[in-house]
Design a protein around this ligand. Structure first.
Ligand code: MN
Length: 424
């Protein structure tokens, strides 16, 4: 499954010269898929990022339609063939160069869209560090609930409000209740936060009633993008019991535009391990393959750009850096096996949020709620600015990349959006 082959060869170079520049997110070893349009109002087309260009797959005669979900519904063997064809055609010395040069556009000249039709969105809660730190804030005596180490906890989210990177959104309004108040009030959220997540896309689905065994789980995944699950902590604190998140989460989420495929991630896998004292996964969540290489080493970075920094021409400030493999208590394969153990039918294009990926140390936290200790310890920014939660005009940027000796570095691009003032 998703073995390393000639498409991962770190020596491979492209005739698209920008793809060969060190540190480029989109070298020929990556080849992520996205939907783009080159004119306002034009129907989105399927593209693959290469260097600072996008290859139009239909213009390059690699696909016959612009239906991304149909492409994602292909068999793993068909997907591998498509990857090899793209890699061969973009490689230096390729016969296709003349034809494909006409199918290349500048990424800076196109508009990106949400990369596929997302039918359903499920948000998991895979970081035990996040679950423990946040649990302490809500329940100081009982931070980690007893099911956590057995069940990949999740809830069904809302797909309609998922945006592509660059789509700004209004601060949500809602019902909140201060601890000392006797009745709740309604108004703009005062504790707006981001959540650093990965979004895993479902490839082929399953028939209702048929569970996907963990040994086959990854063949049902297409790829992954950066995902910001914006969260209104004050709304969440009041509404979350007993049925979990609702309006605190469903006003906006932001996806990076490029789906980095499972194939591209093959060189960046890690063993899945559990501390010896922790319960080991139940059999349906365990396999030799998952133990050997079920985790993915993806470095994740959060940057904040305030209006003041922007006005002063300052660069966005890094506020967190972590790695998904150290943050997640469950692997993507375990999420697929768990989601379907009851016979739930997944569909092509479904999105699984990983949950906030907080690493083991405090500075690796994937939300402001953790970095500011629930708003009690503001974080310091350049020029004396501070933040507990997000203010209007703040821009949050996620970046992600994979690096390993013997492999070409691949990146995810950006996941970015700005908080606008609440509607009046
Ligand atoms: Mn979340």
């Amino acid at each position: 499954m998703f073995e390393i082959d000639q498409t991962h060869d770190p020596k491979l170079q492209s005739w698209v010269e920008s793809a060969n520049v060190a540190g480029c997110d989109f070298p020929i070893q990556n080849l992520p898929f996205g939907l783009f349009s080159n004119k306002p109002g034009a129907a989105p087309r399927i593209g693959v990022a290469i260097g600072d260009k996008v290859l139009d797959l239909r213009m390059a005669a690699l696909v016959s339609s612009d239906d991304m979900n149909a492409l994602m519904n292909a068999t793993p063997a068909q997907r591998a063939n498509l990857r090899r064809a793209i890699s061969t055609g973009l490689a230096r010395g390729s016969d296709q160069q003349k034809d494909w040069e006409r199918a290349l556009l500048d990424q800076s000249a196109v508009t990106m869209h949400v990369p596929c039709r997302i039918n359903d969105y499920t948000d998991f809660y895979t970081s035990i560090n996040h679950a423990t730190t946040v649990g302490k804030q809500f329940r100081p005596d009982n931070p980690l609930l007893p099911n956590y180490q057995w069940v990949p906890i999740g809830y069904h989210g809302r797909a309609s409000s998922i945006n592509v990177s660059g789509t700004d959104f209004k601060r949500p309004k809602g019902q909140t209740k201060a601890p000392d108040a006797t009745v709740p009030m309604v108004g703009p959220c005062k504790r707006l936060d981001y959540e650093l997540e990965l979004g895993w896309f479902v490839a082929q689905g399953n028939a209702q009633g048929d569970a996907i065994p963990i040994t086959d789980a990854e063949s049902h995944l297409f790829g992954v993008a950066l995902f910001n699950d914006w969260s209104a902590r004050d709304i969440q604190g009041w509404e979350y019991q007993p049925l979990g998140p609702f309006l605190a989460k469903n006003f906006a989420s932001t996806l990076s535009p490029w789906m980095v495929t499972m194939e591209a991630l093959a060189p960046f896998r890690d063993a899945f391990t559990r501390p010896g004292a922790d319960p080991q996964p139940l059999p349906y969540l365990d396999s030799a393959e998952n133990r050997l290489r079920g985790a993915f080493s993806i470095t994740l970075e959060v940057l904040l750009l305030t209006p003041k920094m922007q006005a002063a021409g300052k660069a966005a400030q890094r506020i967190s850096l972590t790695n998904a493999a150290n943050a997640a208590y469950w692997t993507p394969a375990q999420l697929v096996a768990h989601h379907t153990v009851n016979g739930c039918n997944l569909q092509t294009g479904d999105l699984f949020g990983s949950g906030t990926l907080s690493g083991p140390t405090p500075q690796e936290a994937g939300s402001l709620m953790e970095l500011s200790a629930g708003g009690k310890q503001p974080i310091a920014l350049p020029d004396g600015e501070q933040r507990t939660f997000l203010e209007d005009g703040d821009t949050v940027i996620f970046r992600g990349w994979c690096e390993r000796a013997g492999a070409a570095r691949i990146g995810f691009g950006e996941c970015r959006a700005t908080v606008l003032a609440a509607a009046v």
